[in-house]
Design a protein around this ligand. Structure first.
Ligand SMILES: [Zn+2]
Length: 412
């Protein structure tokens, strides 16, 4: 327990409960002490814990992050809900017990837009599609709700988004209501609570009633816009990403810029991006097939030439050793397959770039390519394997291709 310097403290009065738009306030410091560094929260310097008699600073709770701002000259680093009191973590001790507080308003208003948008969107998923929200997270970039039930189809996602935005356009009042759990249950609260006493709930007129201690806008129009994005499965639930207000504007702008830049790359109008991309990919695939066909024909022709100019050694079989420059690994395969069609021939091939090895033979050559490769790799360094007639490997150092072939030749 922290030692208190006052005796009849009844907790911090939460100004945001009554007016979420209160950005500046005066208060009295009730308690101030140096706190140990809190590395887990990213606070490494010296910090003071401040308790005020009243505050407009919202503490991290209910899925909504804490506010930032100033108390006197001090910067607010974190705000924590400690039951009856709210603890402000600040970077210096206020000089005077009477302080002015100032909430970082762009940050708070953003949270209010996201949070109210979440109430609305959750209500639409529940009402239209029977999907309850089981949790909510307001992130620095993206907000999420986790829905339980059947997979929300694209139609569900768009339907909930459109219904939520309809209520945004109607600019309905968002009211704070107080009552008991029983009273709220009679009014059709979206999420039942088991807590005793007087509860606080947020009502979006004729759309939603939800117990909540967070901060919200005054009218749905202030949400600006609800923009639903991806949906993915997380454990047994469906996580729906969304953004509201200024964030929706930013995301829409970024999306358009991405489409516009892609269109520029593809040389088409933004509205033709999908068909132009499909066409470009189809062309790429056709070219790839074409090039592969040509490589095969070229490798076969090269292999035939190589065979013609290779004479049998005294042990009665022909060996074609070759280090290729500037060809893909597939080229070795085409070349080797052609060579191995002729009787009593062995191909010892390497690709200089990439360090690929391919040893192949016609069965009548009577060697063991897999065994030869294994010994070569032990000596030169690399990985690979294969069969008696066909073995592939990859060198650790690609400039050892020549050495590898020399080692293989000595083993035949
Ligand atoms: Zn709320």
């Amino acid at each position: 327990m922290r030692a208190r310097h006052w005796s009849e403290n009844v907790g911090t009065r939460r100004l945001y409960y009554d007016d979420a738009f209160e950005k500046e306030f005066t208060a009295r410091v009730m308690h101030c002490e140096v706190l140990p560094p809190d590395v887990k929260s990213g606070i490494t310097g010296k910090v003071w814990g401040l308790i005020l008699d009243r505050t407009a600073f919202y503490p991290t709770s209910g899925g909504q992050p804490h506010d930032l701002g100033k108390i006197g000259d001090a910067n607010v680093l974190d705000v924590r809900d400690e039951g009856d009191e709210i603890l402000h973590l600040v970077d210096r001790k206020p000089a005077d017990p009477e302080v002015n507080g100032c909430v970082n308003w762009p940050r708070r208003f953003d949270h209010m837009q996201q949070h109210t948008g979440q109430h609305l969107l959750s209500a639409m998923f529940q009402e239209r599609f029977g999907l309850p929200t089981v949790s909510f997270h307001l992130g620095g970039e993206i907000c999420t709700i986790d829905l339980r039930g059947v997979e929300p189809t694209a139609e569900f996602l768009e339907g909930a988004e459109r219904a939520a935005n309809q209520i945004v356009f109607e600019d309905r009042p968002v009211n704070v209501r107080y009552g008991t759990a029983d009273e709220f249950a009679k009014l059709g609260v979206r999420k039942e609570v088991e807590r005793e006493g007087i509860l606080r709930a947020i009502e979006i007129e004729a759309a939603d009633l939800q117990p909540c201690g967070g901060t919200h806008v005054k009218r749905t129009g202030q949400i600006g816009l609800v923009l639903v994005r991806r949906c993915s499965k997380v454990r047994q639930d469906w996580r729906v990403e969304f953004v509201c207000g200024r964030r929706a504007e930013r995301f829409a702008r970024q999306d358009f810029q991405a489409v516009r830049r892609t269109a520029e790359e593809l040389g088409c109008a933004p509205e033709d991006v999908v068909s132009a991309a499909s066409r470009a990919l189809a062309e790429r695939d056709a070219h790839f097939k074409n090039v592969r066909g040509m490589q095969q024909r070229l490798a076969e022709a090269e292999a035939k030439l190589a065979l013609q100019s290779t004479k049998a050694g005294k042990n009665g079989f022909r060996v074609v050793p070759r280090v290729f420059e500037g060809v893909p690994a597939d080229y070795l395969g085409f070349f080797a397959t052609e060579i191995a069609k002729s009787e009593k021939v062995v191909a010892l091939l390497a690709a200089a770039e990439g360090g690929h090895l391919l040893f192949a033979q016609h069965p009548s050559a009577g060697k063991d390519m897999s065994a030869v490769l294994k010994q070569v790799l032990e000596k030169v360094g690399g990985k690979g394997g294969g069969t008696r007639d066909f073995a592939r490997g990859k060198l650790v150092k690609q400039d050892h291709a020549q050495r590898a072939l020399e080692a293989a030749l000595s083993l035949l």
